[in-house]
Design a protein around this ligand. Sequence first.
Ligand code: FAD
Ligand code: FO1
Length: 452
Amino acid sequence: MDPRRIQTLHNGFPGTGPVIYWMSRDQRIQDNWALLYAQKRALEAGRGLVILFTLQPEFLQATWRQYHFMLRGLQETAQESRRMGIPFVLRLGNPPKLVSEFARDWDAQSLVCDFDPLRIKSLWRQEVRAQITFPLYMVDAHNIVPCWETSDKQEYAARTIRPKIQKRLFDFLSPFPQLQVHPHPIPDLNTEESDWEGVKESLHVDPGIRPVQWLKPGFKAAARMLEDFLDHKLQNYSFKSNDPNAEVLSNLSPYLHFGQMAPQRAVLEIQARQDVSSQAREAFLEQIIIRRELADNYCRHNSAYDSFAGLPEWAQSTLNAHRSDPRPVLYSREELEAAATHDQLWNAAQNQMIFEGKMHGYMRMYWAKKILEWTESPEQAISWALYLNDRYELDGRDPNGYVGVLWSIGGLHDHGFKQRSIFGTVRYMSYAGCKRKFDVQAYISRYSPESG
Ligand code: FAD
Ligand code: FO1
């Protein structure tokens, strides 16, 4: 296993107990570099291995829709973990406190966590480091090229990070080693099934945002979704992915967000599909490798990743110069949430997000750009777009989402266009532009309020 994938966050003295993998972003057993590293350490020390998931009752305003998807996936992961002889422990409460207590109680040999650039996770890691005496290691199990290996600064755009990723890709795009059935049990660690139904009662989530029915959570469903994409959609991806009426997207984002599938697995499977045109494969790889890993780079290097201050200088000044341009109409957050605007296309996109928990990627750009046009300021637009995105999207609260909103509203990772009101030189998208690209009427009727 490539040592460049691991960062030592805390030295210290190994305890006499098991190695603990504090699972968070990468909620899967197979294809998980953090778990593979934890097992390597446990085998070398002849110790037990245990997975701990710390469930926070409230997480960045997530609703029951996202928690339901995550918990169903974790239930399947816990079963797979036990099948591999690795106890899976679920604890509810304050994650850094829970993991420090658990690791102390078991006198951990060491603690392994998975990399996540979101500030909440950096805070968790800092709090844990301050409370433990044994080593803490962080493994990038999400990016193919470890985020810190790709670049040590915020990259300007896809075109600047692409060569840096491509140069290192084949160093890191290796097949996954097999996880072994763990040979060292942990006596008197009670490993009875977690109370999955019980935890729902103790969550502080909005139960009104209901789980979606069309997408089954878990790593097995993720594998089937990938298979279906490779067999039936990838071939048309390069020329149909911008048509929200065409069913060619992979639908992997909720699985990738919750770590129920490794992006590296998807890429390895695609590389093996030489029957599919390289044009189709390249278009998809650009998204799932370059765009996704660019988002992690941005969130890791820009502490203002979810606000106006995170935007590039040129964008801040152009939006500032047009701050007082008159808006054609102003909507409240409630009117936007209720898809109650004058624009049927925008309303349809909002309804798709509400009904299905996943707005089509092309419509997300149009959807967010209109929020800039119909609100009082870029700051309000960013805040409301993120609020709605993270409330309804299954893949919300993700580096891709912060980048998606800031790309749309503030030209992050984009370049300037012809000057116009409100947007300045930030790229504009219009209803007419959509009409030229796809059948807007079909999309509108598919997501009219009655169809919900
Ligand atoms: P596919 O087109 O099949 O892409 C496959 C994978 O490539 C995606 O799962 C994702 O990991 C990656 N990818 C695709 N497009 C992008 C992109 N533009 N930036 C980064 N990675 C990308 N993505 C999220 O995961 N969570 C979000 O909350 C989110 N919010 C967005 C908000 C806005 C305003 C915009 C413009 C984009 C947002 N995106 C978000 C990015 C993108 O729209 C989704 O990742 C994609 O639509 C997910 O569907 P899919 O997996 O079927 O896409
Ligand atoms: N990660 C955790 O370690 N514990 C949680 O309780 C938790 C809840 C949660 C709810 C919604 C959501 O979208 C993500 C959640 N995550 C949680 C984090 C998630 O696993 C991902 O690591 C990040 O959101 C992606 O960067």
